[in-house]
Structures are given as C-alpha cells and as structure tokens.
Ligand binder design. Structure first.
Ligand code: G3D
Ligand code: MG
Length: 158
C-alpha cells in the first residue's frame, strides 16, 4: 500500500471541508486534532493496479493575513487549491496558495477547484473557461468532486 499526503488549501469558507466530506462519503473514522486545527481523513483509492491511500489534511486557520504554517505543508505529494467561483477575491488568491504550496513542496502536484458551482446561473456556468487540471465543483451536489481527487491521485501516482 502506497500512502500519500495531500492538502486542501484556499481561503476561508470556500468549501474545503465540504469537498473532503463529500469525497470521503461520510465514513468519518478520522482523527480530529482540535488543538492544532488539523483534520486528517483517509481514502483508499486504486490507481490502475496500484493500491493507494490518500491521507487528506484539512488545515484550518488561513486568512489573507495569516497563511498556514509551513510545518503542516511539509511532506505533501499534492494539493487541491480551492476557490469559491462566486467570490472573485478567492479566485485572485489561488496563485498565492499555489506559490505557498510549491515553495514547500517543489515537486508537488496540484489541481484547482472552483467550488460552489451550484450557485452559478447557467450563463455564468458557460462563462467559465477552465484550464486543464481545473474543475468546476459543487460539494453540495457532488459535481466533479471525484474527478478532482482522482485526477490529483493520477498526477501523483503516474
Ligand atoms: P472551508 O472548509 O473552506 O472553510 P466549508 O469551507 O467546507 O466549511 O464551507 C463553508 C460554507 O460553504 C458552508 O456553509 C458550506 O455548507 C458551504 N458550501 C461548501 N461547499 C459548497 C457548495 O458546493 N455549494 C454551496 N452552495 N455551498 C457550499 P455554512 O452555511 O455551513 O457556513
Ligand atoms: Mg474547513
């Protein structure tokens, strides 16, 4: 079994915790380390013939003034960088979160989630010009949540 640490990074309230909950499918045997504000979940995920387990870190406490301490980012193979597609400033902040992650993990892979797509109008939905490795997700409805995690896993394991 190969285990890889991944992180969810992004502004407060964009839906990081909700994406993990949706992906893990309500199997909460996770440990909640409240004192440091890190919740660690695990998910078994076969990638081709490889048996993998993602160790998913949900780190609380990032604000525009205060980034997550580097010690939590150390050793991550990948990251899901999350914005709220309805809030421009969270999209503008994506680059900063990516730089923070890559500074600690130069070989780390990442994918980007524009979350809360369920709140977009059909017209707004069309307007979104998504780059590769970028997903318009809804943790509420479950749209593209599996794609998001499985694409990152493929990037990491292949
Ligand atoms: P965070 O972990 O990034 O801080 P959370 O974000 O997962 O705690 O989500 C923040 C709020 O956004 C929550 O609402 C949550 O229900 C909501 N949310 C998360 N994902 C989605 C989504 O895809 N669509 C919609 N419509 N809402 C979403 P509350 O009201 O509980 O604070
Ligand atoms: Mg959270």
């Amino acid at each position: 079994m190969i285990r890889k640490k991944i992180l969810l990074l992004g502004d407060f309230n964009v839906g990081k915790t909700s994406l993990i909950q949706r992906y893990i499918d309500n199997t909460f045997d996770d440990k909640y380390l409240t004192t440091i504000g890190v919740k660690i979940s695990k998910k078994f995920l076969p990638v081709g013939t490889i048996e993998c387990e993602l160790i998913i870190w949900d780190v609380e406490g990032a604000t525009p003034q205060k980034q997550i301490p580097e010690q939590y980012l150390v050793g991550a193979s990948g990251a899901i960088i999350v914005a709220d597609c309805n809030r421009e400033e969270t999209i503008e902040n994506l680059e900063g979160h990516i730089k923070h992650f890559k500074a600690v993990n130069p070989d780390g892979k990442y994918v980007v989630a524009y979350n809360k797509s369920d709140l977009l109008s059909a017209e707004q939905h069309e307007h979104f010009d998504l780059k590769p490795e970028t997903f318009l997700t809804s943790a509420k409805r479950g749209e593209h949540v599996n794609d998001l995690f499985s694409t990152l896993a493929k990037e990491i394991f292949t």
